[in-house]
Design a binder for this molecule. Sequence first.
Ligand code: SF4
Ligand code: SF4
Length: 386
Amino acid sequence: MHMDYYCSAKFTDLMIHVQGRLLYNCCKAYPERVNLDWLEANPGRLFHTDTMLEDRRLMLDNKSCVSCHHGCYKYEEQRLTSTRQKYINDTKISDPHAPIRHLDISLSTDCNLTCMYCSPEWSSSWQKDIEKNGDYLLDGVPVKQNDNWSNLWAKMKQKSRGIESRFFAQILREIKLSTGLQSVSILGGEPLLNNQLDQMLDYVHGKKITITTGLGVSDARLRKVLQKTKGMNVTFQISGESTGELFELIRHGVTWKNFKNRINMIEQNGHKIRFISTISNLSVMGFTEFYNTYHEKHEIQINHLTGTSWMMPHVLDDRSKNNFIDSIKNKNNLPEFNNITRMIDKKPDDKDRINTGDYLKQFSSRRSIDLAFLPVHFLEWCGLRS
Ligand code: SF4
Ligand code: SF4
C-alpha cells in the first residue's frame, strides 16, 4: 500500500506524562522513557531526543517509524481513519530540530472522580476502587483492572517522589528554553488537585494555556487556582455531557449542584470555558438538556468514545434513541446533533446490551447508587428490571 508518512505533529507537538516519565511525540505516538541523566547533561533537548530526531528523519525520507505506526499508520493500513488526518493541511516542516510549538503535560493520575468511561490508567480513584473491590468482569473477562501501566505508576508514585520532582524541575527548565512554544495544555488525572500546578503556571505565563478538568475539587481549591490565573490567557476545558442525577452517575464523585457552582466561579473570573462532551449510550439520554443549559454561553465539543464497546452510543434501546431524536427536532440540523444521530444509528448486538446492564450493576453497587431515576424502558432493555 502506498503511503505518505509525513505528519507535521511530529515536528511541533509533545506530550509528557510526568509520573510515568514518558515522552510522546505526539500524544498518539508510542512513548519513550526519558533518561534524566542524559537530559540533565543536554539542556534544551527534551523535544530533540535521539529517537525523535531519527523518527523525523525517517518521515522526511517517507519511511515508517515505530512510534507513529502505533499511533496512526497501523489504522491507516486497515483503511481506518487516524489522528494525523487533522494535520494534513499544515505547512510542511523539514527541519528535525524545529522548535516545539505545543506541549501537553499530564501532571499525575491523582483524581477524585471515577467517570464511567475512564480507567485506572488515568484516575487514582479508579485504581483505588479496583484495589478495594477487584476487577470489573464482563462475560467473566476483566474489563477494568489495574493493568501494567497503572500498577507501575502507582508504585512509582509511592517510591519515587524525588525522581518525579527532579524530572519536573527539568521540564520547567526546558519550558524556559523553548522560545517557540505557543501553547501548553495541562492535563491529569485532575490537574487542579496537583501541587505542581502553581509552579507550572508561573513558567507558562504568556502562552496560550488550557487546563482540562472534571471539576472534582473543593470550591476552596478552585478559588485558589482562579486567583492565580486571574488575567492569564487560560481556557478551562471541562468534561461534561449531561445534567442532574445522570451527570452524577457518569461523572461520579462530583454533584451537579457543585459542578454548576464551579462553572459560575470560572465564568465570574473571566476565563473562557470549553466543554468536552463524551458521547456514550448514557449521555445520549442527557446531552440535549446539557446542551440547552450551556450552549449559549460556551463552546461544546463532541468527543468520540473508544475502547468500551458496552458504552458506545448505539448500545441503547429504541425508545431512548427516539426520545433523543424527538428532543432535537427544533435544533435545525446542528452538527453536534447530526453527529450523535449518526452515532446511534446502528443496531446494538446482544452481548453489548447485556454488558451494559452488568457494568451498570457493578458500578452502581460499589457506590451505592440507586438507578431508579433511569428510564424504565432502558432498565428493562438492559436486564436491570423485569
Ligand atoms: S503520525 Fe500520528 S502518532 Fe505520529 S505524530 Fe502524527 S498524529 Fe502523532
Ligand atoms: S476527571 Fe478525567 S481523569 Fe478523572 S475520572 Fe474523569 S476522565 Fe478520568
